[in-house]
Write a new protein. Structure first.
Lengths: 180, 476
């Protein structure tokens, strides 16, 4: 069973839509004990991998918040998109979490962290405000993962209920903590 | 008196389309049209690009079958370089295409058509969807996901990623297959095989209950087109193009480079999808079907034991040339079994882990045609370049486009059976959509469009006033 899974979503060729890829890149080089993967979109095949994690955090850009604004939401296993296109065009994190529960019998604590984007035009550069939000996003992800300590043995004693999202401080952003 | 019934969009297919039914005074369907409402423009905006970029560009036509375009484009590039890829590269390309067939067929069978096949065409529309399938048959849903995963892993192990890999290039492929990856894929075949085996058994047991659909979902004589080996066996990546008819006669066999001598493309003002036809028979009589049903109808044998046993049973049940489009579903299952068996054979070939995987050359020709069997049918890429390798003309003949005329006819046939007068029932509408889904059309590929339309079904009376309407499907 994977300990902690972070899944970054978005198109890295569409400006700020690639912010999750940048977050995943920094996570991958941070030395944290977390599996971090960036993909353009989710598909139902992800449901099994998610069911096998102890905690999962999805990261994505948002269009409906201020640029650089970070939001966190707990994903419940009862949520799901009823869209007929979920197996082809659009499979949101809530649906994949729902599938993990329905198909594989397990739904780990799951969170969706979004960062407000400013520009989604063609390009691979993040806008300044979005880039500046990455360190705080990393802090948030770390706190979400640390809220769910490793289970004693795989599949035993694991906390399968998501805690609430921590308050996101609006104070000046701090640099990522070192892994010492 | 003319009344129109419009279904827009059609759900659970790739891309966007609508169906228009024109009712005569007797309440029967006098005309049916399957409109494709997307436009993409690939053939035009690729002009001026280098042919070496085309595998990467054309693979982005679609997120479901990018591998099909990748491989076909690379083969076209082979022709422009005038090279023969090394045997290892050919093997690896074949394995990737087989993985693509598995993952695409699994999506089509289990997820797109599964709710109809296993919950019933007349089931409550609120339940006749993937969540209903998960609720009633979770093991089927799991099998579909696992089988699709296997196909995707084949693509990923070879190409480095599941979607939009850049691995196939003119001349061959970029990277060989490692021994570790070969063994991993080999070890995963047994589960995939078990899934297809039990699904075939389950589906065959259901067939007696689907006689109405078998008789009305595109049951008509037609031409068929697919690749075959020089010996006339099942082929998905090389070989010759064959056209045959419902009586089992071979009407033509030709190299891909000669396609324009045998195949024409008509245009109608009410659809962005072109209407390919077999020139010898004229338009529209020269309509032909491509895809799994065509490939099985045109081959003497598949060449692997269990798939061939299934093919024999298929023909014993439904004839030497199977003409009902409903049996595309059955054909997909047989092809998945064939693909699994062929992947095993190729993985056991000692050349498969060879290190020589591409032939290098400069431009040696200014025109080439590549062909490959996409899951949905035969795919042609035709490039003409200038002396520097920049494209001056591109023609893409897509599988779904070649099924356009048969899909029109299928809609008409289903409508004639299930549409009576002004009452619009969900069961009727879903059968119309299900008839299209049997072809597993990929409209993102086959149109050259963009955009989406809201779902709205309207029935207009003879006085021009709306007498009935229905809304269904997803709005985006």
């Amino acid at each position: 069973m994977n300990r902690a899974l972070v899944v970054g979503l978005g198109n890295s060729l569409r400006g700020d839509d690639g912010v999750a890829h940048a977050v995943v890149q920094q996570l991958s080089s941070s030395g944290w004990a977390v599996e971090a993967v960036a993909v353009p979109q989710l598909t139902p095949e992800w449901s099994e991998r998610i069911a096998n994690a102890e905690v999962v955090v999805f990261v994505d850009a948002a269009k409906d918040t201020l640029p650089g604004q970070i939001r966190c939401r707990v994903l419940g296993s009862a949520e799901a998109s009823q869209s007929g296109g979920i197996f082809t065009h659009h499979c949101p994190p809530s649906t994949v979490v729902n599938l993990a529960s329905r198909l594989w019998g397990r739904c780990p604590p799951a969170y969706l962290v979004t960062i407000g984007g400013e520009s989604f035009e063609i390009g691979s550069t993040l806008s300044a405000g979005v880039r500046a939000a990455i360190p705080q996003t990393l802090d948030l992800i770390r706190s979400l993962i640390e809220a769910h300590p490793p289970s004693v043995a795989p599949g035993q004693g694991a906390d399968t209920s998501a805690t609430g999202c921590p308050r996101i401080d609006k104070a000046p952003l701090a640099a990522p903590r070192s892994n010492s | 008196m003319v009344r129109k019934v419009i279904i827009d969009p059609v759900t659970r297919i790739e891309g966007h389309a609508k169906i228009t039914l024109v009712l005569g005074d007797d309440g029967r369907v006098s005309e049916a049209r399957f409109h494709v409402t997307e436009f993409r423009g690939f053939e035009k905006f690729c002009e001026g690009r280098s042919f070496r970029e085309m595998p990467a560009i054309t693979s982005r036509i679609c997120g479901i079958c990018p591998v099909s375009h990748l491989l076909c484009s690379a083969k076209t590039g082979d022709g422009l370089l005038a090279v023969t890829p090394p045997p290892t590269a050919v093997l690896l390309r074949r394995i990737m295409n087989l993985g693509q067939i598995i993952q695409s067929h699994a999506l089509s069978f289990f997820h797109l058509s599964g709710p109809d096949l296993f919950l019933g065409f007349g089931a409550d529309p609120h339940e006749r969807n993937i969540f209903g399938l998960i609720q009633r048959h979770p093991e089927l849903a799991r099998d579909g996901i696992r089988l699709r995963q296997f196909g995707q892993r084949v693509i990923e192990r070879l190409g480095g990623r599941r979607i939009h890999t850049a691995w196939a290039i003119p001349g061959g492929v970029t990277d060989p297959l490692s021994e570790d990856d070969r063994q991993t894929l080999r070890s995963e075949l047994s589960e995939a095989d078990a899934i297809v085996t039990r699904t075939l058994a389950m589906f065959k047991a259901l067939l007696p209950q689907m006689q109405g659909e078998i008789e009305s979902f595109g049951e008509f004589p037609s031409l068929f087109l697919s690749l075959v080996t020089p010996e006339g066996h099942w082929e998905h990546h090389e070989g010759l193009v064959r056209v045959g008819d419902s009586a089992g006669n071979i009407r033509a066999t030709f190299a891909a480079s000669d396609y324009s001598r045998y195949l024409g493309e008509a245009v109608e003002p009410w659809s962005y999808l072109k209407f390919p036809f077999f020139k010898e028979a004229g338009y529209p009589e020269g309509a032909y079907r491509v895809g799994p049903l065509a490939r099985l109808n045109l081959c003497r044998q598949i060449g692997t034991p269990r798939a061939d046993a299934e093919l024999i049973e298929f023909r014993q049940r439904y004839g030497p040339v199977v003409t009902s489009s409903f049996h595309y579903h059955y054909a997909r299952l047989i092809e998945m079994m064939a693909a699994i068996e062929w992947i095993a054979i190729h993985l056991d070939d000692p050349r498969v882990t060879g290190r020589r995987v591409h032939a290098d050359a400069d431009l040696n020709a200014t025109e080439a045609v590549g062909v490959s069997e996409a899951p949905r049918g035969t795919l042609f890429h035709h490039y003409i370049v200038d002396d520097t390798g920049l494209l001056t003309r591109v023609n893409l003949l897509i599988a779904t486009g070649q099924n356009n005329l048969p899909m029109q006819r299928t809609i008409q046939q289903i409508a004639n059976r299930y549409v009576h007068g002004p009452e619009l029932t969900d069961e009727m509408l879903n059968r119309l959509e299900a008839g299209i889904r049997a072809f597993d059309p990929c409209l993102s590929c086959s149109t050259h469009a963009a955009g989406e339309m809201p779902l709205y079904v309207e029935l207009i009376g003879p006085d021009g006033k709306r007498i009935a309407e229905k809304r269904r499907g997803a709005r985006r």
